[in-house]
Ligand binder design. Structure first.
Ligand code: HEC
Length: 106
């Protein structure tokens, strides 16, 4: 294959990776606001999701990393229910990735 073909293949591969990441973000937001029942937004404040819940800690302030979100959502913490079984592992990953990313301190 010629040089320009190879370049084009790389561009296509990169844009697939980028749009895949955007899709995961969309899924994370959707899990946060809609799919999880009761929704994360009901109990947590998270600016990026337009959420103002005050039952649990503000996730903007807590700024948990991905692992911490996965653990909380999968196992539950205190009065926060476990979503294991209700959300798929993929949905839990997506919401964790989303929360960690939008609250990461720069
Ligand atoms: C019924 C209310 C409620 C819902 C729904 C809820 N949470 Fe929570 N969440 C809480 C409370 C309360 C705490 C604090 C628990 C404690 O520290 O005892 C908490 C804690 C957390 C923590 C911090 C855990 C830690 O390590 O300290 C994260 C992260 C979190 N929630 C994310 C989520 C996500 C993501 C969802 C949606 C899938 C969600 N929560 C749904 C009430 C809720």
């Amino acid at each position: 294959m010629g040089r320009s073909m190879r370049c084009r293949a790389i561009v296509v591969a990169l844009s697939l990776v980028v749009s895949g990441a955007a899709l995961a973000d969309d899924l994370g937001l959707e899990v946060f606001t809609k799919i999880a029942q009761p929704s994360c937004a009901l109990c947590h404040t998270l600016q990026a999701a337009g959420a103002t819940g005050a039952v649990g800690p503000s996730l903007d302030e807590l700024a948990p990393d991905r692992e911490r979100v996965v653990r909380a959502v999968r196992d539950g913490v205190g009065v926060m229910p476990s979503f294991d079984g209700q959300l798929t592992p993929q949905q839990i990953e997506a919401v964790a990735e989303f929360v960690a990313k939008v609250t990461a301190r720069h």
